[in-house]
Every structure is written in C-alpha cells, then in structure tokens.
Design a protein around this ligand. Structure first.
Ligand code: PEP
Length: 263
C-alpha cells in the first residue's frame, strides 16, 4: 500500500494584515509552480481571518484551522464552529496544541469532546500530544502519552479513530531548537502503535497517522519520517516561509519514491 505523508504548517498568530496574507499566498503559489506531489499532502493552518484567502492555493495544499469550539452554532460569543469551518472548505483542525493547553487551559477531557465534534462535522482532527521537559526528565513520557491518548480516543469507533492524525509534540522541543533523537522518536512511534492496538486493533493502529512536531527543519525529515517511521511533520516557525514548507514536501516526496523503488 502506498503511504501518504503530511506536512502541516501551523502559522499561529502571524500574518498581521490581509496584505501580508496575500503576499504569503503568492510566495506559496510561486514555490509550488510546476511541482507535483503524489505521496505528500500539504496542510496549512492560517489564522481564522484569512482562511478564505487560502482557497487560492493549488490542490496539493489543503486548509486547516488552528482551533474551533465544539458546538455547531449558538450563543458562544467569539467562537468558531466546526460547521462554519467545514462550510468554508476547511478539511483539518488542530486539536489540543500545547499552547492552547497552556494558555486556554484545555484538558484531555475537553480535547476528547473536540475530537468527537470535529469527526461529527467531517473534519480531520490533528490531535497534539506530548510531555513537558519535567515529565521527560522524570522518565514519565510513556505514562503521560498513554494517559492523553486513552482519554482523547476513548469511545471513538475504530472507523473514527482510523481517520485521526496524531501529532507527537514534546513540549520541550517546541520553539526551542531542541530535538528528540531518532531512537526516542521511534520508541514513541512503537508505544503509540501498541496503545492503539490495545484500544482498537492492529489495522486501526496502522491507519492512525502519527506526525512529529517541534523545531522541525527540512534536514531532520529523513530521520523523522523514515528511520523513526513517522508519517510527516507539524511545523511551526519554519512554516512562515513557504519555501521551507514546499522544500519539506519535496524531501518527503523524493524519499517516499526512492523507498518504493527500493522495495
Ligand atoms: C509547534 O508549535 O507546533 C511547533 C512545532 O513549533 P516550532 O516548529 O516552531 O517548534
């Protein structure tokens, strides 16, 4: 079976005007010109305000949102519903980024609810999990990940679980230029496979894509996606440069093709 890789760009609270968003999009269009991606999906998550401007990107790039409120409509001042996103052509939503866990106090129970809501509205959740530096130093990474996954994925059907994308984002690696070793990443990959096999079954566990996020640069991609068997990356700072995102897509496309030919 041909494997799909993902490059997800989280633009966070950047691009400060429509003009800046337009400039970003035209740089992106220029970088994508003449390039074909058959094995890699690009997903870009701009601030809500600019989502409709991102319709102008080629089909190899899909739209994602950075957050949403898990109700369809109603008296929720200042919030954005999953149905609004879907109606605007959004396909993916980030759920539980560590910045929202920290700033907006989102808990695993809330993220479980958001994951269910996203699935109900036919959005693909990109669920972020990961340990803090303190937990890592206390050798608690496995326990923390198991707890997060068990709560967030509880009561999902096999079919629902198989469509979720998980982003393993160790909090100590976000915005710090510190990276886990390939071996550490592979251990997390194996742990998640084991947890999902126990919760669902082996086929479902294989279908749940697992990305890595935290200080990603293109040079790190072959180690992440091939040696550590991750299904792609969630990118913060580097995603502000369309050139870098397209370069990452190119690295994964090339490596995936090379490995297919070797098989
Ligand atoms: C992130 O915030 O999800 C992230 C991966 O950021 P950065 O790439 O800047 O570390």
């Amino acid at each position: 079976m041909r494997k799909n890789f993902y490059v997800v760009g989280n633009l966070k609270m950047n691009l400060l005007s429509r003009e800046e968003a337009t400039q970003y999009i035209s740089l992106f269009q220029r970088e994508l010109q003449g390039k074909r991606f058959e094995r890699v999906k690009g997903i870009v998550c701009p601030p809500f305000l600019y989502l409709s401007q991102f319709d102008n990107l080629p089909a190899s790039i899909q739209k994602g949102a950075q957050n949403f409120f898990p109700e369809k409509s109603g008296a929720y001042t200042g919030e954005i519903s999953p149905l609004m996103l879907k109606n605007d052509g959004v396909e993916y939503v980030i759920v539980g980024h560590s910045e929202r866990r920290r700033i907006a106090c989102e808990t695993d129970a809330m993220l479980h609810n958001k994951t269910l809501s996203a699935l109900k509205h036919h959005l693909i959740p990109i669920v972020c999990v990961g340990e803090t530096d303190e937990e890592r130093r206390a050798d608690e990474t496995d326990r923390v990940l198991a707890e997060q996954v068990k709560i967030i994925f509880s009561s999902l059907s096999k079919l629902q679980a198989g469509t979720v994308i998980v982003a393993y984002e160790p909090r100590w690696a976000i915005g710090t230029d510190r990276l886990p070793t390939t071996e550490e990443l592979l251990q997390v990959r194996v742990l998640l496979l084991k947890l999902f096999t126990e919760m669902f079954d082996a086929q479902t566990a294989e279908r749940i894509a697992v990305l890595y996020g935290g200080s990603v640069k293109s040079a790190f991609l072959p180690a992440v996606s091939f040696e550590a068997r991750m299904d792609g990356v969630l990118v913060g700072r580097e995603s502000l440069f369309p050139y870098e995102l397209v370069k990452m897509m190119g690295v994964l496309e090339y490596e995936a093709e090379r490995q297919e030919q070797e098989r």
